[in-house]
Design a protein around this ligand. Sequence first.
Ligand code: 13P
Length: 257
Amino acid sequence: MRKIYIAGNWKMNKSCAETVLFLNSLIDFNNSYESEKIEQIICPPFIYLEKAKEITANSVIKIGAQNCSEQDNGAYTGEVSANMLKDIKVEYCIIGHSERREYYGENDKLIQSKYLKLKEHGIVSIICIGETLDERESGNTFEVIKLQLEGIFDGIDTVESDTFVLAYEPVWAIGTGKTATPEQAQEVHHFIRTWLKEKYNKQSADSIAILYGGSVKPSNIKELLSCPDIDGGLIGGASLDIESYKDMLTIAKESEC
Ligand code: 13P
């Protein structure tokens, strides 16, 4: 049985004080929320990770980074290694986000290197894939997703569901308010799961979580979670607001997924 992931990607937002306020409020909420099937993940900017880990140390809340280096250590100005993330006990790390692909030139080969490095240090990767609007409108969605998966998993012969989750984030739905319809999302999630089954096996495909990202909010998360292959959300804007994050947790707990 796969868990439901409610993962907040804060991107480059919030101050230290706002981070503390949000996490303390979430801890209070968790005093009466209890659900073993929901994985709560918050991914603040690097600079607040250690503080976030400190605050959430005795809670169910998991903390994730938004990126990491593919290198172990050395002269890589501005970079942060998987080993450093492990050092402060970060549990998750987003890699391959479309914003990093677009603004920082990251490609599938690099994303694979980051995944392998995170795996070596026991950090779960949240690996993002997704097509642009042009690619969708020209009918290439499945081809693009397939090429991304082939690139990221090239040469990897076995996979373990506790080392990564996938996040399908159609680029045209990120920060635009335009969510993929549950049908559009489910169709791609099903395609991804079938790809995993064909490349690996049914057991792996059935156990790997696939999150949806792109304008997820309290008003649409229920429908998205009702789709058989959608195992949660990677949420940007709506995860910045504590009330909306709590609302999404409440809806996820009530969902049948
Ligand atoms: P929004 O939820 O703001 O569209 O962002 C999605 C995203 O990029 C999460 O990684």
